[in-house]
Design a binder for this molecule. Sequence first.
Ligand code: HEM
Length: 199
Amino acid sequence: MLGLSGVFGLNGALGSGAMYGAGAMHAWGSVSGFAGWLEATPASTSIKSVSWVIPFVQSIHILMIGVVFISCLMIALRVLGVMRTDEPVEGVWRRFAPWMWSGLVVMAATGMTLVVGEPEREFGTVSFWLKMALVAIGVTGTALYGRSLKSAAAGAPAVFPVSAKAASVLIVILWLAVIFLGRAIAYDKQVWGALSPHA
Ligand code: HEM
């Protein structure tokens, strides 16, 4: 079977293992090798050895989905002229963006804990890697979106141009896709069929 790094064409990019410790460099031949190395680390075994840690961390992760997604939705609905149209968009951004960014920080921390706890479960799925790519695009896109809103609003337009509305819809769809992929990690084979390394 084509190794995970082969599937993602990562061999070349990950070839230069000079930056990793001796253990990681030895196992870094493929991402699945790295997952096996990470799975055997004291950090991973201690996360797994306490039965409530993973369900507890996953619960915080799930809670934060609401904080991140609803904060983003509130901003998008303002730009789309659906809600809070009597409030300047900077005020709506100032109100909800801190929740969104701090929620994302908590999600990164809880997500990384889940990754360290169960690396083979996560790295061995298409959903996880697609999700991580979309999270990176989502964070960059949302930051740029916020910046463009503030500069657009500086001229205090009551109604936003189509481009800003289209960007609002795209940002919401993107975070919905991240949510779907997060849940799809547990159903990778069912969702991706032969594409899934678990197939
Ligand atoms: C920032 C980095 C993030 C990392 C490293 C991460 C990592 C993870 C991991 C490892 C899981 C467990 C999957 C499993 O084993 O079944 C998970 C679940 C999930 N994640 Fe994330 N995640 C991140 C951000 C996000 C964001 C931003 C969202 C949505 C806004 C999200 C939504 C979800 C969902 C819906 C689940 C499924 C929870 C469940 O029902 O079990 N994640 N995430």
